[in-house]
Ligand binder design. Structure first.
Ligand SMILES: [Cu+2]
Length: 186
């Protein structure tokens, strides 16, 4: 009798954990079809990338001659992952290499690129992005973006939110980014 009872409890526990997974999957898919992208999908896990660990941004030096322009975040409701767009300009004499980003209130932040394979658009983790000396690099809708995942806060549309960009050599720049509604396209 006891054994049967334990077996039933185990079976119920398995069913419960399966339904939790199924629910999570629904959430991601719903968002993908809405935004042609894979926000909330957790690419990092699929591709096995380890995100770098960064030192204290407040103490980091900025890369020579590098500035961030026009940073904005497309904020989505219900604490869905958000994408940030910006231009990195490099007036310095050296190429600089972006290696990642951080943002307060987001548990995982990474540089993403879009790719299309057999007509299917998806996002991939971009481990490094080179900004050439005397040139610039655009993070823009349809292309590269800074993916803000695991939100722990509500972004306020009309406000600003800081994002720190990290470069090779533990150099960093923090940009104040406009928090924009989902309808903003560029
Ligand atoms: Cu992305």
């Amino acid at each position: 009798m006891t054994r049967i009872f334990v077996g039933l409890a185990t079976a119920l526990a398995v069913v419960a954990s399966l339904s939790v997974h199924a629910h999570g999957g629904h959430g991601s898919q719903g968002h993908e079809s809405h935004d042609h992208s894979h926000h909330g999908h957790g690419h990092g896990h699929h591709h096995g990338h380890e995100l770098p660990v960064f030192p204290d941004a407040a103490r980091a030096e900025a890369p020579d001659g590098v500035t961030v322009e026009g940073c904005w975040i497309r904020a989505l409701p219900n604490r869905l992952p958000a994408a940030a767009y910006l231009k990195v300009a490099n007036a310095g004499a050296q190429d600089v290499v972006m290696v990642g980003a951080q943002a307060d209130g987001f548990g995982r932040v990474m540089l993403h690129a879009h790719q299309t394979v057999n007509g299917m658009a998806s996002m991939v983790h971009a481990g490094k992005v080179v900004v050439p000396a005397g040139g610039s690099f655009d993070f823009a809708p349809g292309g590269h973006h800074v993916m803000l995942e695991k939100p722990q806060i509500d972004l306020k549309i009309g406000g600003t939110h800081p994002i720190t960009l990290w470069f090779d050599g533990n150099l960093a720049l923090t940009a104040s980014c406009d928090v924009s509604p989902p309808s903003r396209m560029k």
